[in-house]
Design a protein around this ligand. Structure first.
Ligand code: MN
Length: 302
Protein backbone atom coordinates (compact mmCIF):
# COMPACT_ATOMS: atom_id res chain seq x y z
CA UNK A 1 0.00 0.00 0.00
CA UNK A 2 1.17 3.51 -0.75
CA UNK A 3 1.11 4.67 2.86
CA UNK A 4 3.91 2.39 3.98
CA UNK A 5 6.64 4.00 5.97
CA UNK A 6 9.47 1.74 4.89
CA UNK A 7 10.61 1.40 1.32
CA UNK A 8 12.43 -1.86 1.04
CA UNK A 9 10.46 -2.99 -2.00
CA UNK A 10 10.16 -0.61 -4.95
CA UNK A 11 8.81 -2.90 -7.69
CA UNK A 12 6.41 -5.28 -5.96
CA UNK A 13 4.91 -8.50 -7.25
CA UNK A 14 1.15 -8.91 -7.47
CA UNK A 15 -1.23 -11.87 -7.18
CA UNK A 16 -1.31 -14.14 -10.23
CA UNK A 17 -4.10 -16.39 -8.95
CA UNK A 18 -5.84 -17.57 -5.80
CA UNK A 19 -5.94 -21.27 -4.99
CA UNK A 20 -8.54 -22.99 -2.84
CA UNK A 21 -6.77 -26.25 -2.11
CA UNK A 22 -8.33 -29.72 -2.17
CA UNK A 23 -9.61 -31.74 0.75
CA UNK A 24 -7.77 -35.07 0.68
CA UNK A 25 -7.21 -38.04 2.97
CA UNK A 26 -3.64 -39.11 3.59
CA UNK A 27 -1.72 -41.28 6.03
CA UNK A 28 -4.16 -43.55 7.85
CA UNK A 29 -7.10 -41.29 7.02
CA UNK A 30 -6.04 -37.82 8.14
CA UNK A 31 -8.17 -35.00 6.66
CA UNK A 32 -5.92 -32.49 4.94
CA UNK A 33 -6.32 -29.36 2.84
CA UNK A 34 -3.78 -29.93 0.05
CA UNK A 35 -2.97 -26.33 -0.85
CA UNK A 36 -0.11 -26.99 -3.24
CA UNK A 37 -1.13 -29.91 -5.45
CA UNK A 38 0.85 -31.87 -8.03
CA UNK A 39 -0.49 -29.68 -10.89
CA UNK A 40 1.32 -26.66 -9.40
CA UNK A 41 4.73 -28.32 -9.01
CA UNK A 42 6.11 -26.83 -12.22
CA UNK A 43 4.73 -23.35 -11.57
CA UNK A 44 5.99 -23.32 -7.97
CA UNK A 45 9.28 -25.21 -8.52
CA UNK A 46 11.16 -26.02 -6.19
CA UNK A 47 8.08 -26.65 -4.00
CA UNK A 48 6.24 -29.96 -4.45
CA UNK A 49 3.44 -29.87 -1.91
CA UNK A 50 1.91 -27.85 0.92
CA UNK A 51 -0.59 -29.54 3.20
CA UNK A 52 -2.55 -27.60 5.81
CA UNK A 53 -4.17 -29.58 8.59
CA UNK A 54 -6.31 -27.96 11.23
CA UNK A 55 -9.06 -29.63 13.20
CA UNK A 56 -10.45 -29.88 16.72
CA UNK A 57 -12.02 -33.23 15.83
CA UNK A 58 -9.61 -35.99 16.87
CA UNK A 59 -11.25 -38.28 14.27
CA UNK A 60 -9.71 -36.04 11.58
CA UNK A 61 -6.11 -36.55 12.73
CA UNK A 62 -5.81 -39.29 15.36
CA UNK A 63 -4.77 -42.04 12.94
CA UNK A 64 -1.67 -40.06 11.95
CA UNK A 65 0.89 -41.13 9.39
CA UNK A 66 2.14 -44.64 10.24
CA UNK A 67 5.46 -45.86 8.87
CA UNK A 68 6.11 -44.67 5.30
CA UNK A 69 9.16 -43.90 3.11
CA UNK A 70 10.50 -40.78 1.38
CA UNK A 71 13.29 -40.27 -1.15
CA UNK A 72 14.65 -37.34 -3.15
CA UNK A 73 13.37 -34.21 -1.36
CA UNK A 74 12.95 -32.43 1.98
CA UNK A 75 9.91 -32.23 4.27
CA UNK A 76 9.33 -29.26 6.55
CA UNK A 77 6.72 -29.83 9.26
CA UNK A 78 5.50 -26.79 11.19
CA UNK A 79 3.14 -27.35 14.13
CA UNK A 80 1.02 -24.33 15.03
CA UNK A 81 -0.95 -26.21 17.69
CA UNK A 82 -0.69 -29.73 18.99
CA UNK A 83 1.96 -32.40 19.30
CA UNK A 84 3.31 -34.77 16.67
CA UNK A 85 5.87 -37.50 17.40
CA UNK A 86 8.13 -38.76 14.67
CA UNK A 87 10.18 -41.96 14.70
CA UNK A 88 12.42 -43.39 12.05
CA UNK A 89 13.63 -46.86 11.26
CA UNK A 90 16.95 -46.35 13.03
CA UNK A 91 15.22 -45.55 16.32
CA UNK A 92 15.65 -41.77 16.29
CA UNK A 93 12.63 -39.90 17.51
CA UNK A 94 11.45 -36.44 18.39
CA UNK A 95 8.41 -34.42 19.27
CA UNK A 96 7.23 -31.35 17.38
CA UNK A 97 5.04 -29.14 19.57
CA UNK A 98 3.24 -25.77 19.44
CA UNK A 99 5.25 -23.52 17.13
CA UNK A 100 8.04 -26.04 16.50
CA UNK A 101 9.53 -27.15 13.19
CA UNK A 102 11.03 -30.40 11.94
CA UNK A 103 13.23 -30.07 8.86
CA UNK A 104 13.97 -33.44 7.30
CA UNK A 105 16.15 -34.15 4.29
CA UNK A 106 15.01 -37.54 3.01
CA UNK A 107 17.88 -37.72 0.53
CA UNK A 108 18.54 -41.33 -0.52
CA UNK A 109 15.74 -42.65 1.64
CA UNK A 110 14.12 -42.76 5.06
CA UNK A 111 11.28 -44.68 6.60
CA UNK A 112 9.47 -42.87 9.37
CA UNK A 113 6.14 -42.34 11.12
CA UNK A 114 4.47 -39.08 12.11
CA UNK A 115 1.83 -39.64 14.78
CA UNK A 116 -0.24 -37.19 16.86
CA UNK A 117 0.54 -37.40 20.55
CA UNK A 118 -2.83 -36.16 21.70
CA UNK A 119 -6.33 -37.54 21.55
CA UNK A 120 -8.27 -34.34 22.07
CA UNK A 121 -8.19 -30.66 21.25
CA UNK A 122 -6.93 -28.63 18.34
CA UNK A 123 -4.23 -29.96 16.00
CA UNK A 124 -3.03 -27.45 13.42
CA UNK A 125 0.02 -27.27 11.22
CA UNK A 126 1.64 -27.50 7.83
CA UNK A 127 3.86 -29.83 5.87
CA UNK A 128 5.85 -28.40 2.98
CA UNK A 129 7.77 -30.55 0.48
CA UNK A 130 10.86 -28.90 -0.94
CA UNK A 131 12.64 -30.53 -3.86
CA UNK A 132 16.35 -31.37 -3.87
CA UNK A 133 18.58 -30.60 -6.85
CA UNK A 134 19.35 -33.73 -8.93
CA UNK A 135 22.92 -33.76 -7.55
CA UNK A 136 21.63 -33.92 -3.94
CA UNK A 137 18.77 -36.41 -4.26
CA UNK A 138 20.86 -39.32 -2.99
CA UNK A 139 22.63 -37.53 -0.12
CA UNK A 140 22.64 -38.92 3.40
CA UNK A 141 19.32 -38.38 5.22
CA UNK A 142 19.24 -35.69 7.91
CA UNK A 143 16.79 -33.99 10.21
CA UNK A 144 16.63 -31.30 12.82
CA UNK A 145 13.91 -30.48 15.34
CA UNK A 146 13.66 -26.77 16.08
CA UNK A 147 11.60 -25.80 19.13
CA UNK A 148 9.46 -22.66 18.91
CA UNK A 149 11.76 -20.73 21.25
CA UNK A 150 14.78 -21.56 19.06
CA UNK A 151 13.19 -20.15 15.91
CA UNK A 152 14.75 -16.83 14.87
CA UNK A 153 12.21 -14.01 14.87
CA UNK A 154 12.04 -10.37 13.94
CA UNK A 155 9.59 -7.58 14.72
CA UNK A 156 9.51 -4.84 12.11
CA UNK A 157 8.88 -1.13 12.86
CA UNK A 158 5.54 -1.53 11.01
CA UNK A 159 4.42 -4.08 13.61
CA UNK A 160 4.89 -7.37 11.79
CA UNK A 161 5.99 -10.30 13.92
CA UNK A 162 7.92 -12.81 11.85
CA UNK A 163 9.20 -16.32 12.57
CA UNK A 164 12.07 -16.94 10.19
CA UNK A 165 12.04 -20.68 9.46
CA UNK A 166 14.27 -20.49 6.38
CA UNK A 167 16.11 -17.84 4.38
CA UNK A 168 16.28 -14.41 5.96
CA UNK A 169 14.05 -11.43 6.64
CA UNK A 170 14.93 -7.87 7.68
CA UNK A 171 18.49 -8.91 8.42
CA UNK A 172 17.60 -11.95 10.52
CA UNK A 173 18.85 -15.33 9.26
CA UNK A 174 16.37 -18.17 9.57
CA UNK A 175 16.81 -21.55 11.24
CA UNK A 176 17.70 -23.33 7.98
CA UNK A 177 19.55 -22.19 4.83
CA UNK A 178 19.82 -24.14 1.58
CA UNK A 179 22.19 -23.35 -1.26
CA UNK A 180 20.43 -25.15 -4.10
CA UNK A 181 16.89 -23.87 -3.65
CA UNK A 182 17.48 -20.81 -1.43
CA UNK A 183 14.14 -21.23 0.32
CA UNK A 184 12.45 -18.43 2.26
CA UNK A 185 9.84 -19.66 4.73
CA UNK A 186 8.26 -17.02 6.95
CA UNK A 187 5.29 -17.08 9.35
CA UNK A 188 4.12 -13.46 9.51
CA UNK A 189 1.67 -12.15 12.13
CA UNK A 190 0.17 -8.77 11.24
CA UNK A 191 -2.18 -6.63 13.32
CA UNK A 192 -5.00 -4.96 11.34
CA UNK A 193 -3.63 -2.03 9.32
CA UNK A 194 -0.01 -3.19 9.48
CA UNK A 195 2.10 -3.97 6.45
CA UNK A 196 5.12 -6.12 5.72
CA UNK A 197 7.69 -6.07 2.96
CA UNK A 198 10.00 -8.87 1.90
CA UNK A 199 12.69 -8.64 -0.73
CA UNK A 200 12.65 -11.54 -3.21
CA UNK A 201 14.66 -12.14 -6.40
CA UNK A 202 12.27 -11.82 -9.37
CA UNK A 203 13.12 -15.27 -10.74
CA UNK A 204 12.27 -17.07 -7.50
CA UNK A 205 8.79 -18.58 -7.31
CA UNK A 206 6.72 -17.36 -4.36
CA UNK A 207 3.34 -17.83 -2.75
CA UNK A 208 1.36 -16.86 0.33
CA UNK A 209 -0.99 -18.94 2.44
CA UNK A 210 -3.32 -17.00 4.74
CA UNK A 211 -4.40 -18.93 7.82
CA UNK A 212 -5.84 -16.13 9.98
CA UNK A 213 -7.75 -13.06 8.83
CA UNK A 214 -7.15 -11.50 5.45
CA UNK A 215 -4.34 -9.67 3.66
CA UNK A 216 -4.18 -7.46 0.58
CA UNK A 217 -1.37 -7.67 -2.00
CA UNK A 218 -1.29 -4.77 -4.49
CA UNK A 219 -5.04 -4.27 -4.21
CA UNK A 220 -5.99 -7.96 -4.32
CA UNK A 221 -7.60 -9.44 -1.20
CA UNK A 222 -6.36 -12.86 -0.09
CA UNK A 223 -8.86 -14.38 2.38
CA UNK A 224 -8.18 -16.98 5.03
CA UNK A 225 -7.40 -20.55 3.86
CA UNK A 226 -6.42 -19.27 0.40
CA UNK A 227 -3.08 -19.52 -1.30
CA UNK A 228 -1.96 -16.67 -3.54
CA UNK A 229 0.60 -17.43 -6.24
CA UNK A 230 2.71 -14.31 -6.76
CA UNK A 231 3.72 -13.03 -10.18
CA UNK A 232 7.39 -12.97 -11.29
CA UNK A 233 7.63 -9.70 -13.25
CA UNK A 234 11.16 -9.05 -14.56
CA UNK A 235 12.80 -6.36 -12.44
CA UNK A 236 10.51 -6.90 -9.45
CA UNK A 237 12.26 -6.86 -6.10
CA UNK A 238 9.81 -8.31 -3.59
CA UNK A 239 6.33 -8.34 -2.13
CA UNK A 240 4.27 -5.97 0.03
CA UNK A 241 1.59 -7.47 2.25
CA UNK A 242 -1.05 -5.32 3.95
CA UNK A 243 -3.33 -6.65 6.69
CA UNK A 244 -6.94 -5.56 6.23
CA UNK A 245 -7.66 -7.31 9.56
CA UNK A 246 -5.54 -9.17 12.11
CA UNK A 247 -3.85 -11.77 9.95
CA UNK A 248 -1.31 -14.55 9.91
CA UNK A 249 0.26 -15.70 6.70
CA UNK A 250 2.99 -18.02 5.46
CA UNK A 251 5.26 -16.50 2.82
CA UNK A 252 7.23 -19.16 0.94
CA UNK A 253 9.68 -18.58 -1.91
CA UNK A 254 12.57 -20.39 -3.56
CA UNK A 255 14.87 -20.64 -6.55
CA UNK A 256 13.41 -22.91 -9.24
CA UNK A 257 15.55 -25.93 -10.13
CA UNK A 258 14.29 -26.21 -13.72
CA UNK A 259 14.87 -29.98 -13.64
CA UNK A 260 12.46 -32.77 -14.62
CA UNK A 261 10.11 -33.80 -11.78
CA UNK A 262 9.12 -37.47 -11.54
CA UNK A 263 6.89 -38.36 -8.60
CA UNK A 264 5.49 -41.66 -7.39
CA UNK A 265 3.79 -41.04 -4.05
CA UNK A 266 6.51 -40.34 -1.47
CA UNK A 267 9.38 -40.61 -3.98
CA UNK A 268 10.36 -37.55 -6.05
CA UNK A 269 13.17 -38.05 -8.55
CA UNK A 270 14.05 -36.80 -12.04
CA UNK A 271 13.24 -39.87 -14.17
CA UNK A 272 10.92 -42.89 -14.24
CA UNK A 273 13.96 -45.18 -14.02
CA UNK A 274 15.00 -43.49 -10.75
CA UNK A 275 11.46 -43.95 -9.39
CA UNK A 276 11.58 -47.64 -10.31
CA UNK A 277 14.90 -47.89 -8.47
CA UNK A 278 13.40 -46.13 -5.42
CA UNK A 279 10.56 -48.65 -5.26
CA UNK A 280 13.00 -51.58 -5.63
CA UNK A 281 15.36 -50.21 -2.97
CA UNK A 282 12.49 -49.62 -0.57
CA UNK A 283 11.13 -53.14 -1.11
CA UNK A 284 14.62 -54.53 -0.59
CA UNK A 285 14.83 -52.73 2.78
CA UNK A 286 17.68 -50.47 1.68
CA UNK A 287 16.26 -47.30 3.23
CA UNK A 288 17.94 -46.31 6.46
CA UNK A 289 17.16 -44.35 9.56
CA UNK A 290 17.97 -40.70 9.91
CA UNK A 291 20.93 -39.37 11.81
CA UNK A 292 19.61 -36.61 14.08
CA UNK A 293 21.49 -33.36 14.57
CA UNK A 294 25.10 -33.07 13.49
CA UNK A 295 26.05 -31.29 10.30
CA UNK A 296 23.47 -30.41 7.69
CA UNK A 297 24.03 -32.00 4.29
CA UNK A 298 24.70 -28.53 2.95
CA UNK A 299 26.72 -25.96 4.84
CA UNK A 300 24.46 -23.15 6.06
CA UNK A 301 25.08 -19.80 4.40
CA UNK A 302 24.34 -16.90 6.75
MN1 MN B 1 6.57 -38.33 6.11
Amino acid sequence: MSTMSSNLVKAPRSVERLINGQMVMDGAGVKINRVLTQTLQRRLDPFLMLDAFGSDKPGDYIAGFPEHPHRGFETVSYMINGRMRHKDSAGHEGLITNGGVQWMTAGRGVVHSEMPEQNEGLMEGFQLWLNLPARDKMIKPWYRDIAAEELPRVTTPEGANVQVIAGSSHGVAGAVQREGTEPVYLDISLPAGAAFEQQLPSGHNAFLYVFRGEVVVEGKAVPTTRMAILTNPPGSDGVRIHASQDARVLLIAGRPLGEPIAQYGPFVMNTQAELQQAVEDFRAGKFEGIEAGGLAPQVPVP
